[in-house]
Ligand binder design. Structure first.
Ligand code: NAD
Ligand code: ZN
Ligand code: ZN
Length: 359
């Protein structure tokens, strides 16, 4: 089959790789219809996250159709439309039980193969899904493929980021970063009742989108956003800050904008070994710091239950569609923010393939 593989820093290739096969009775094979490119892929692309084997199939965001099932799979059949969280989960361990599905004891992240171990990704014609019954979520017909795709990662992650700041109707909140995740944090915060909501970036077209989604845009490239937030809060700072970038600068800014006793919710994937604020500074501000990978399986189910997608215009962040063969260009357009790109998706047209089973 064809797939986008990681070859070297800033080199993603449209390659021919072996078709995935069932390796365990709980696996399914999904034919990918739509795959996303995420800010997290850019960390790998730029070599900020290292360790990935050359030839790894990239990508952890997808929706598609089941084409083969292992003998123990009970909930899914050939032909079912499915969405997937960006990590797999067993549904049985301590972490799955407490809703922290992203830390499942048996879970894996799609698109991460290191020293031969791990799980290939979904920027491909087909993807193998381990522990399918507890990983996949049916894509019901009232959801579009685009909505399903965003629910598997960025909508869930943005919502999780907003959920973690414990929004109060009279509070003042700030989102740092207006990429797909930050924009979904804006959407999540509005959904959860934030009235005074600000969004920071330096890219005008992304700020414009944040404004459309209900935040007051603040361009950190044009003025001192810290001074501004202090001014409008009488010198106190924001009640909660949602950090959706993943850099030392953005974490420092998040800390600086926060009032004493506020909550710093960070979902940016950080690759730095140290905090941008010291234990003393954290202590002196009585901050609550929440961070980490989103338990997307838990949030996708919650968002479906609460019909959140139907009440939020999430698909409007998808600005670009590419074929899988244009994948390398798609990475470039997303990374360099060309053509006002916010979220690119890959439309995957699969060749007819014989999926062989090895049970
Ligand atoms: P993106 O790269 O498209 O967006 C990042 C945005 O931040 C850009 O618009 C950029 O202009 C802006 N930015 C950069 N530095 C800034 C600064 N100092 N102040 C304000 N804005 C700044 O990426 P994305 O897809 O939106 O992802 C955002 C982050 O979320 C990434 O680190 C990604 O890895 C992470 N992520 C985490 C999870 C999770 O489970 N925690 C899931 C998905 C993505
Ligand atoms: Zn992602
Ligand atoms: Zn588990």
């Amino acid at each position: 089959m064809h797939a986008l593989t990681f070859e070297a820093v800033e080199t993603i290739r449209y390659s021919t790789v072996p078709d995935p096969v069932l390796l365990s009775p709980s696996d399914v094979i999904v034919k990918v219809n739509l795959a996303g490119i995420c800010g997290s892929d850019l960390h790998i692309y730029h070599g900020r996250e290292t360790g990935l084997d050359k030839g790894t199939v990239m990508g952890h965001e997808f929706v598609g159709e089941v084409v083969d099932t292992g003998s123990e799979v009970k909930k899914f059949r050939t032909g079912d439309r499915v969405l997937s969280p960006f990590t797999t989960s067993c549904g049985e361990c301590f972490y799955c039980h407490i809703g922290l599905t992203c830390r499942c004891e048996k879970g894996s992240l799609y698109g991460w193969v290191e020293q031969g171990a791990g799980l290939h990704g979904a920027q491909a014609e087909y993807v193998r899904v381990p522990m399918a019954d507890s990983t996949l979520v049916p894509l019901s017909h009232d959801l579009t493929q685009e909505e399903g795709l965003l629910m598997g990662d960025v909508f869930s992650t943005g919502f999780f980021c907003a959920d973690n700041v414990n929004i109060q109707p009279d509070g003042l909140y700030v989102v740092i970063g207006c990429g797909p995740v930050g924009l979904m944090a804006v959407t999540g915060a509005r959904f959860l009742g934030a009235e005074k909501l600000y969004a920071i970036d330096t890219v005008p077209y992304r700020l414009k989108k944040a404004e459309q989604l209900g935040a007051v845009p603040l361009n950190a490239g044009s003025f001192n956003v810290r001074d501004y937030i202090m001014e409008i809060t009488g010198g106190r700072g924001a009640d909660g800050v949602m950090e959706a970038v993943g850099s030392e600068n953005s974490l420092r800014l998040a800390f600086d904008l926060l009032r004493p006793g506020g909550v710093l919710s960070s979902v940016g994937v950080h690759t730095s070994e140290k905090f941008s604020f010291s234990p003393v500074e954290g202590y002196n501000k009585n901050i609550t710091y929440k961070s980490g990978r989103c338990p997307a399986r838990f949030y996708a189910e919650k968002l479906i239950r609460e019909a959140a997608v139907q009440r939020c215009n999430i698909s409007s962040i998808i600005t670009h569609r590419f074929s899988l063969g244009q994948g390398s260009r798609a990475y470039e357009v997303f990374d360099r923010k060309l053509e006002d790109c916010i979220k690119p998706v890959l439309e995957v047209k699969s060749k007819k393939c014989e999926v062989r089973s090895k049970k």
